[in-house]
Each structure stands twice: as C-alpha cells, then as structure tokens.
Design a protein around this ligand. Structure first.
Ligand code: ATP
Length: 287
C-alpha cells in the first residue's frame, strides 16, 4: 500500500480588488496572494477499491463531494482514467471559512500528491490549470509563493515574495461565506487598493511601503456584517503591528510585523478574545 504526506499551506491577500461583475456570475478580481507557513497536512493512500475516501476530525469539513480535496481527486481519476481509489486523511490546522483558502489548498495538495502517487508526470503549470476547474484559488495554491491573480483568480503572474517578516493571523469565532460577501458588494461604494504600488514595493523589498499599501476591497463589506473584525484590526495596531488587513472575504485579519518581539506582543494582545491566533512567516519562494 503506497502512502504519501503532503503539506497544504494557507494564503493571505496583500491586496484584493474587485474590477467588476462578469456574465458568468463570478467577479473579475485582481489580487496579490502570498503563502504563509500555517499548513494542513494530508496523507494520501492508494486504495484497491474505486472510492475516494475523505477523513477529517473537523466538525465543519465535509467528507463527501462537497470537499474540495474530494473534487480534485475525482477530477484526476476521471481525466486520467485512474481505476484505483484514494484515501485522503485531512489534518486541519488552517481555520475553516476564514479567508485563508484552506479548502483550496487541500485541493491543490491533493493534485500534487496524486500526481506523484499515480506517476502522472504532470508539471505544476498543468496541475494549476486543472486546479482552476476545482476552484478559483486552487491554481495559486498549486504554485505557492507570491502571485498576482486575475480573472476569477486563476490567471497567475508569479512575482517575488515580500521580504521576511512575522505574520500574526487572528480569526474571530464567526465563519464567513465568500459567496455572501460577494453578493453584498456594491461596486459604486468600493475602495480599491493600489495594486501597482504594492507590486513596486514588493520588487523593491520595501517593507514599510508594502504595509502602507495593504488593501482589500471586500473589507468594508465584511466589517459591516461583523464589527468584531474592526476590533481585531484596532487591537493589532494598538499592540504595534506595522500593517493590518483582512484576508480574502474574511473574517481572518492578519498583521505584518518586522520584529519578533512586537509579533509576540500582538499575539498576546489578541489571545484573550480571539479563539484562533497564530504567529507565522511568509513562505518565500523564488520564481
Ligand atoms: P477562500 O479563502 O478560498 O474563500 P476560505 O478559507 O474562506 O476559502 P475554506 O476554509 O476553504 O474557506 O472553507 C469554506 C467552506 O468550504 C467550508 O465551510 C467547508 O464546508 C467547505 N470545504 C470544502 N472542502 C474543504 C476543506 N478541504 N477544508 C475546509 N473546508 C472545506
């Protein structure tokens, strides 16, 4: 019996802009995403039967076709005529429904893992293309590192990663549905981030200009629905964060911090009223 273990890291959005609504129901986006070292772990085992079996102890993670890892496995089996099945044991560490792409990253890790397990010989680019059929953020999660994502999130331009820093992630008790947030978007009221300035700051490795240009067009929408997100942002800034922003459609808020001591101060400031708080690093990758 063959088993392999694969890591599925979370992402944060340094910027997220919504450019308009498309005729297919999706929104046209432009966002800069980067991977951080908070990861789910997946164990994939080849089965002699033709099933896809998902195991997770997390109460809110489905174990049927609704699981994005299941969909990724199903897609590969059908597309490449794989007759054997696969068991996927999900060890979740990434908060669920948090704006950190946990499900998408599990799907991406499933694609990478099955590529190896079944000797499919596919390149990362080919896997990323397949990932787009599973979900908008899956292509980015296949590639990892830092990228500008356009279209509905699947068109990637890989860029260098920001300079090393500490990232404190804080998720309030609530979960947020990405679809609900997009439904509430008002294109006329939106505050757009300056993506170009952020890309320039990343290329110049200018940490403080990166912090000044953090921006998320969905933040105001989620803030309106969940005022506790604002409280987290204020606490982070009060404790000395260099920059703060909500990730994706939220509700997770992250702080970028240059110095370790300050990162721990921000962490301690949030632990009391936030159930899930982590200090992590950006997972740099040279493209
Ligand atoms: P994104 O940032 O891409 O919008 P998210 O971090 O907000 O994603 P997920 O953690 O991926 O959200 O979960 C959203 C929903 O998807 C969950 O409520 C859950 O029911 C479902 N889901 C499907 N597959 C998974 C998975 N492998 N892990 C977690 N949730 C999953």
């Amino acid at each position: 019996m063959r088993t392999i273990s694969v890591k599925a890291p979370a992402k944060i959005n340094l910027t997220l802009d919504v450019l308009g609504k498309r005729t297919d129901g999706y929104h046209e986006v432009e966002m800069i995403m980067t991977t951080v070292d908070l990861s789910d772990r997946l164990e994939l085992t080849v089965l002699d039967t033709d099933e896809i079996r998902i195991q997770s102890e997390h109460a809110y993670v489905p174990s049927d076709h609704r699981n994005l890892a299941y969909r990724a496995a199903d897609l590969l089996r059908k597309r490449f005529g794989i007759t054997k099945g696969v068991e996927i044991v999900l060890d979740k560490h990434i908060p669920v429904a948090a704006g950190l792409a946990g499900g998408s990253s599990d799907a991406a890790a499933t694609l990478r893992g099955m590529n190896e397990l079944f000797d499919l010989g596919l390149s990362l680019e080919q896997l990323a293309e397949l990932g787009a059929e599973v979900g908008s953020d899956v292509s980015f999660c296949v590639m990892g590192g830092t990228a500008i994502a356009r279209g509905r999130g699947e068109k990637l331009e890989l860029i260098p990663s920001p300079p090393p820093c500490y990232v404190v992630l804080a998720k309030p008790k609530i979960g947020v549905s990405t679809a609900d947030v997009y439904r509430a978007v008002d294109m006329d009221q939106m505050i757009h981030p300056n993506t170009e300035a952020m890309v320039k700051a990343i290329h110049e490795r200018d940490f403080h200009t990166i912090c000044d240009n953090l921006g998320n067009a969905l933040e105001a929408v989620t803030l309106e629905m969940h005022p506790e997100v604002r409280q987290i942002k204020e606490t982070m800034l009060h404790c000395g964060a260099d920059g703060v922003l909500m990730s994706g459609s939220g509700p997770t808020v992250f702080a970028l911090i240059e110095h370790e001591q300050k990162a721990h101060r921000v962490y301690n400031g949030l632990k009391g009223f936030c159930p899930e708080v982590f200090v992590v690093r950006i997972l740099g990758k040279k493209h």
